[in-house]
Design a binder for this molecule. Structure first.
Ligand code: HEC
Ligand code: HEC
Length: 342
């Protein structure tokens, strides 16, 4: 018989305590080695030319930006704001950065250039959130993205070139960029724990994959999540999730799904004319219909005329009881599998 292992509080605390211990131990013992390894592993090796073309390749490739951002009609990701003119303020990011710089200058009393804003977005994405989005963007120089400063420079010239022109000098003059360079090359970077997850997660990816896709397993993640061309669409696609998010985020997503609700997957409760209530995620909407995905991973169409009210909910559609129904082994196996999704 399967025995659910621990309840949520102990589970989380024990797990995170072990995690922190491993991270601390590792950065002490192997800090220097990890730093050197990271330096080697960090981004595709070789120098990166600071051109918009090189930045474009990074954005749509190893930099994983495209797992969360689309640019205009290119790409389909919705976790982060569209960086083309269909995004916030109706301006592509190269031009939008000017408005954002004004906002930041007002807020902080420090003078921001548009480039300063772009650098800050990549260095400390959480200090100023785009309206309607949550703290989801990883720091670009830390694992798993781990771009080197020269790669970040290239990406910024690419962003500048959308709705403006690339301006390398403004990057090199940005005090934010000097700060980023210093952080990225410092061994104290939190990211030097990069090697820790490998040690910690002792699960078997193949067993995790089975749990993920088997609808009769206690995990059955594929009911709602797609990887490659398999799985549902009520939750976000996870095909490249490990390229964009660190292990801590994956752990938190499973144990505490309500902590961050991914944009585009906010739950709503819909009240129908007959009094019936439906909770789900709105997948599509037209002037006559909505298509709603429910906690069984099923979608259904409802005529808008049938709807009395829609109330936003705070509880994610993702089940909150995995720590009750998964064994510790299941959990490790799942994490091992998720980490292969790059
Ligand atoms: C895991 C998802 C994720 C990844 C990966 C990601 N971002 Fe973001 N990004 C977000 C979210 C969410 C926001 C909005 C919240 C915020 O401001 O931090 C954002 C905000 C931004 C902004 C500010 C947009 C504005 O309207 O002002 C820029 C610029 C940006 N990201 C660039 C990038 C680049 C370049 C990369 C790749 C190196 C990247 N992002 C990778 C999720 C992501
Ligand atoms: C009933 C549908 C459902 C099931 C089953 C489900 N999830 Fe989710 N999941 C969601 C939804 C909806 C979101 C987005 C809202 C949120 O952030 O909580 C989400 C978010 C996530 C995220 C964050 C994704 C991102 O883009 O940042 C991860 C990781 C995740 N789920 C992993 C899993 C794993 C692993 C399992 C199986 C153990 C699982 N989910 C089972 C619905 C589901």
């Amino acid at each position: 018989m399967r025995r659910p292992f621990l309840r949520v509080a102990t589970f989380t605390v024990v797990f995170l305590a072990v995690y922190c211990y491993v991270v601390v131990a590792l950065s002490n013992i192997a800090g220097e080695k990890a730093r050197v390894e990271k330096e080697k592993a960090a981004f595709i090796g070789g120098a990166v030319e600071a051109t918009p073309e090189a930045g474009e390749n990074i954005f749509w490739g190893k930099g994983a930006c495209h797992t969360c951002h689309s640019i205009g009609g290119r790409g389909s990701a919705i976790r982060g704001p569209n960086l083309g003119e269909s995004g916030p303020l109706g301006l592509p990011i190269g031009a939008r950065a000017m408005k954002r710089a004004e906002e930041r200058t007002k807020q902080t009393g420090k003078t921001y250039s548009p480039t300063d804003y772009l650098v800050e977005s990549l260095m400390e994405p959480d200090v100023y959130l785009v309206e309607g989005f949550s703290k989801l963007m990883p720091v670009a120089w830390r694992p798993p993205i781990a771009l080197r400063p020269d790669a970040i420079r290239a990406v910024i010239t690419y962003l500048q070139s959308t709705g403006g022109s690339a301006d390398l000098a403004s990057i090199d003059q940005s005090p934010f960029f000097s700060q980023l360079q210093a952080l990225a090359s410092s061994g104290k970077a939190q990211g030097s724990a990069a090697a820790a997850p490998k040690l910690l997660v002792s699960g078997e990816a193949e067993a995790g994959r089975e749990l993920f896709f088997n609808a009769d397993s206690p995990a059955a993640c594929a009911k709602c999540h797609r990887v490659g061309d398999k799985g549902g669409n009520v939750g976000p696609e996870l095909t490249n999730i490990a390229a964009a998010q660190p292990l801590e985020y994956l752990i938190e997503s499973i144990l505490e799904p309500n902590k961050v609700i991914v944009k585009g997957f906010e739950p709503v409760m819909v009240q129908m004319k007959g009094g019936q209530l439906l909770t789900g995620v709105i997948k599509k909407e037209s002037s006559e219909m909505i298509e709603i995905g429910d906690s069984q991973g099923q979608t259904q169409k409802i005529a808008k005329g049938e709807i009395v009210e829609r109330v936003p909910q705070k509880t994610s559609l993702m089940p909150g009881n995995f720590s009750d129904i998964l064994t510790v082994k299941d959990f490790h196996d799942l994490l091992a599998y998720l980490q292969t999704l790059k």
